[in-house]
Design a protein around this ligand. Structure first.
Ligand SMILES: [Zn+2]
Length: 273
């Protein structure tokens, strides 16, 4: 994308039933827009642009840990070698990461932020500043519980002085912006990369399934539906207008797509491989 090298690293893939509600909270039975159950992935994006090496979300904890074993039992998915080997494959390392942008503080996006050593969680990316929406941390009801995922993952980052809380759309590096998109959670952000006239959006959990793009009012049961619909309209409008490359965290790997707008609404076009 322009001068930026964008890489998607999948950490796991599983097959799950589609679980959505409509604007009134009623469960949605998706028509034949998409197979059900559907294959989804757990994915992290890496952006190399100039001297900056940026991770969008920190993904899962390592396979060999207690966390990794509990995740495997709960989610019945196939793990890849993981994020660090993926980074090494593109010439990066935990030390080379300069920024970690957290789209939102759900467990599958933050668990990889810290690593357990001698019974204590510490930053996995020692040279990276971590950016997250203020509401994801300060107003998080799980934060007071030291055993919670947010406390274990964001707490050590704050203690190390590496946490930056975001209140509004923010440029975190030249060409890389966090754009407010609440709904999945109160402080959810997407990441926009612009370089040499080209645009890329990492959409985080703005969508979980492609059928939601044509039904903007279909959301996960825990989402704030009106906020979600507003965020989706705003971001998809810009993505369609700019001809952006787009992806969302749980799209089937490889997740690359483009968005267009016609009289019936938005269309999601997966890139052919
Ligand atoms: Zn997620």
């Amino acid at each position: 994308v322009g001068e930026a090298a964008i890489t998607c690293i999948s950490e796991a893939t599983g097959v799950y039933g589609i679980h959505l509600v409509d604007g009134t909270g009623k469960p949605v039975v998706p028509p034949d827009v998409q197979p059900d159950p559907v294959e989804i992935s757990f994915q992290v994006v890496h952006v190399r642009l100039g001297s900056n090496s940026i991770l969008v979300d920190a993904g899962l904890d390592d396979i060999g840990t207690d966390w990794g074993r509990r995740f495997a039992e709960a989610w019945h998915c196939r793990r890849t070698p993981g994020l660090i080997p993926g980074l090494q494959a593109i010439g990066e390392s935990a030390e080379s990461i300069t920024h970690v942008v957290i789209t939102h503080a759900h467990f599958d996006h933050i668990a990889g932020l810290t690593v357990l050593e001698d019974g204590t969680y510490g930053p996995r990316y020692p040279n990276a500043r971590v950016f997250v929406g203020r509401a994801e941390w300060e107003a998080n009801s799980e934060r007071p519980n030291p055993e919670s995922e947010v406390a274990r993952r964001l707490g050590p980052i704050e203690a190390a002085g590496l946490l930056t809380l975001i209140d509004t759309d923010t440029d975190i590096a030249p060409g890389v912006a966090m754009v407010s998109a609440p709904g999945e959670s109160p402080g959810h952000h997407v990441v926009r990369v612009t370089s040499a006239g080209e645009t890329f959006y990492a959409l985080g959990d703005l969508f979980h399934y492609t059928c939601e793009i044509e039904h903007l009012e279909w959301v996960a049961p825990w989402a704030d539906a009106p906020a979600m619909v507003q965020s989706r309209r705003k971001i998809l409008d810009d993505a369609a207008r700019s001809g952006a490359l787009v992806m969302f965290s749980h799209a089937k790997f490889p997740p690359w797509a483009t968005v267009s707008l016609d009289e019936d609404g938005f269309r999601w076009t997966e890139l052919k491989h």
